[in-house]
Design a protein around this ligand. Sequence first.
Ligand SMILES: [Fe+2]
Length: 164
Amino acid sequence: MELSKKLQDALNKQVAFEYEAAYKYDGMRIYLKDLGAPGATKWMELQTWEEVHHAEDFINFIKSVDGQVEIHAIEGQTTDYDGLVSVWEAGLAHEKEITASIKSILEIAIKEKNYEAENFLRTYVDEQVEEEEHFTDVLELLKKAGDDKAAIFKVDGILGTREK
Ligand SMILES: [Fe+2]
């Protein structure tokens, strides 16, 4: 099925949104490295690359249905945060924005009866449930650790065990 201009524009916007997430998480990674939290740094590095893969996945989908890919500009992102909790709070807030964006594109696909796009986007609705869960899980661990340096050190070790 041919991609409508409206759906194509929304998908291209999502490509930029995914790259923006990668850019944002790389800013967090830089902050975490300076903070001296190697496990948290590794976690965020993997998250950064995951977002790049999401962007590529959207690009591949647009191309698979003979759409035109556009790469939009991405805004600069901060490397300035106020501790580990603030990083994961900002990350979770961003993931919620991404979820809302994907759902709004899915609504367009449903309205236009574009089943290929609908199927593709539904896998991303599932993906976003996981993404929000990942951020929430870390946030809970960090909040439990509070100001306890030994506990924070332990959480950092757990974050460092992330493999993909
Ligand atoms: Fe993503």
